[in-house]
Design a protein around this ligand. Structure first.
Ligand SMILES: Cc1cc2nc3c(=O)[nH]c(=O)nc-3n(C[C@H](O)[C@H](O)[C@H](O)COP(=O)(O)O)c2cc1C
Length: 574
């Protein structure tokens, strides 16, 4: 067994595609090579971080709120307090009463998915937190609703402004176009659209920012799914659409509407999610793109920054991973697991809004093994169970877990396989001296393996960019993706989807930690190859895509917390 204190933590690899070594500039025309090369180029190393400006240019700090000047605004009620669905019931969808598709419930969906959760204030600076977390709280993700004719809503495309909890009507669809949209969507359903403004993350994080935008999009997919579940609704990522199609449906390709802004303030399409209050027999594969294009569009996007720094590598990878039309939705072919149980009767709407990242963990809190296993169990997909039923693919990510303080479990390194089919490949790729023992009291279906004994707090902290939160939690982890094989087989656009899956995993960890009475924090800053080296991974068959930590939080009492919507002077609707 390796001695944790002796493990080398020095990374050495050159960019690779499978077993080939490539230079950072080669393969300019091959989207797969560009995606692999971007990933390699944007690794943080022990001796060098991925390229960024190296300081924060406060003068060009991007506005975290996009608005469309001139678009008609529809104020949404603040109604999430009225939703009493217990968090535990989200995992047993039949237990949740199905709410009607109306103004109040659509407002709740946006409030819980993308809405503000609080304001923080320190020394005269104030910033908003949202139900969807974001790397650096920079919030690259924008949200949209595409609605058929509904009470209080004319058919059209709406942009959500979290600060004002309102929908801006970007496009009005009338007559035949409205009817066409209504026909294209299953009964009692509408679409939520997501897009990313890469510049918001690049302003702080430089070249690595594209990764964070994808993490954040994944988190947002999950927050949409959880919010829909609290209303008794389903939510499915529409997989077959191309990014061109998504851009057209959301009006992102309307050059005139973005004429006042720098190219970097523009939005990149992520996806459309079908949200439905009725079971969906077959999700739409074709949307009335041309009718939407021809709708009555209003609104001009606001500039986000006075000046910009250009990161060509982000534009290149964004282009290379642009999604074509495909044959989706696929069907996740998951190994059955027993039904989930959760003791958390707190209303989902409360839990979702109280979720916070912890800036520090106490280094003391021990969690019971039962709670640890329950959190991990929620990372396994089950048919019809949120949030995994929003994705149409089987798990591509697994987890290497540093257990620090879990009652009854030896501290050390563990591995969670989220799909048993990966076992042989993963075992062959990891250090041969690992133990591969299942903990005695671990539920049988949970493929958790004890790999290595030891106090790994120091190593966990080092591989997470020296951040103490990775050592001070009850456990922390790195998400290991089936990387090069997936991208080569399925296409460069899968590079983004792997990060989305990591984001969904992260959102489950955030909410399950909260449900277990502890807290969690996403960790996008980690030393990729140092973690690979610890596990014995070489090449890029598997890659570490995201870290997380879970434990007892330490509040920072210097920060003042203010209510999310007091500035709106709008009554809460019960
Ligand atoms: C993709 C991603 C990466 C993050 N990386 C880190 C990190 O490396 N270190 C850290 O302390 N927090 C990290 N965070 C936490 C964010 O700073 C936090 O989500 C943000 O400040 C908003 O606060 P909230 O989560 O309490 O709403 C990350 C969050 C996300 C979503």
């Amino acid at each position: 067994m390796p001695n944790p204190d002796r493990l080398p933590l020095v990374s050495s690899s050159l960019p690779q595609r499978g077993n080939e070594t490539i230079s950072e500039t080669s393969g300019a025309a091959d989207p797969i090579l560009i995606a692999l090369s971007y990933h390699q180029q944007t690794k943080h190393h022990l001796h060098r971080y991925a390229r960024s400006l190296g300081y924060l240019d406060w003068d060009s700090q991007p506005d975290p709120f996009r608005t469309f000047e001139g678009a008609i605004r529809l104020e949404l009620p603040l109604a999430a307090d009225s939703l009493t669905t217990p968090f535990a019931d989200l995992y047993t969808p039949v237990a949740v009463p199905v709410r009607s598709l109306d103004l109040k419930n659509i407002a709740i969906l946006f409030e819980l998915a993308l809405g503000l959760s609080a304001w923080k204030e320190f020394r005269g600076n104030r910033w908003a937190l949202r139900c969807n977390p974001s790397s650096g709280n920079l919030h690259p993700t924008e949200g949209y609703a595409i609605l058929p004719p509904l009470p209080h809503f004319e058919a059209g495309v709406y942009h959500y402004v979290s600060r004002d909890h309102c929908l801006e009507r970007r496009c009005l669809l009338e007559g035949g176009a409205a009817a066409e949209l209504a026909r294209a969507l299953p009964p009692d359903s509408f679409l939520v659209g997501l897009s990313s403004i890469h510049w918001r993350e690049a302003w702080k994080y430089g070249e690595r920012a594209f990764r964070y935008c994808q993490h954040d999009a994944g988190h947002a997919l999950a927050t949409v799914r959880y919010a829909a579940a609290a209303l008794g609704w389903s939510a499915l990522l529409l997989d077959s659409l191309s990014d061109d199609g998504v851009a057209a449906m959301l009006g992102l390709d309307r050059a005139a509407d973005f004429a006042d802004v720098d190219a970097q303030d523009r939005e990149h399409p992520d996806g459309l999610v079908l949200v439905s209050a009725k079971p969906v027999a077959s999700p739409p594969r074709i949307l009335p793109v041309e009718s939407v294009r021809a709708g009555q569009w209003t609104g001009r996007a606001n500039p986000l920054s006075s000046s910009h720094v250009s990161w060509d590598v982000i534009d290149e990878v964004a282009k290379a991973t642009w999604k074509p039309v495909t044959n989706g939705p696929g069907r996740a072919d998951n190994t059955p697991s027993p039904p989930l149980s959760s003791p958390c009767r707190t209303p989902a709407a409360t839990l979702i809004r109280q979720r916070r990242s912890c800036l520090a963990l106490d280094g003391r809190t021990t969690i019971p093994a039962e709670a640890f296993y329950r959190v991990l169990d929620h990372l396994l997909p089950r048919p019809g169970v949120p949030p995994w039923d929003t994705l149409s693919w089987s798990p591509q990510l697994h987890a290497g877990i540093f257990v620090h303080r879990v009652a009854g479990l030896a501290p050390g390194l563990y591995l969670l396989e989220r799909d048993p089919r990966i076992h042989d490949r993963l075992r062959a790729a990891l250090r041969p001296e690992f133990l591969w023992e299942q903990p005695a009291d671990c539920p049988e279906h949970l493929r958790l393996f004890y790999l290595m004994q030891g106090d790994l707090r120091r190593i966990a902290q080092i591989v997470s960019c020296h951040q103490e939160i990775a050592a001070d939690g009850a456990f922390s982890l790195g998400m290991i993706a089936e990387f090069s094989h997936t991208i080569k087989q399925k296409g460069a656009w899968w590079y983004r989807r792997l990060f989305w899956e990591a984001g969904v995993l992260g959102q489950v960890l955030y909410l399950e930690a909260e449900a277990a009475g502890v807290r969690s924090t996403g960790i996008g800053c980690y030393f990729d190859d140092a973690f690979h080296e610890l596990l014995g991974l070489t090449g890029n068959e598997f890659q570490d895509l995201y870290h997380f930590t879970v434990g007892g939080p330490v509040e920072d009492h210097r920060l003042m917390t203010l209510p999310a919507h007091a500035h709106l002077h709008r009554m809460s609707t019960a």
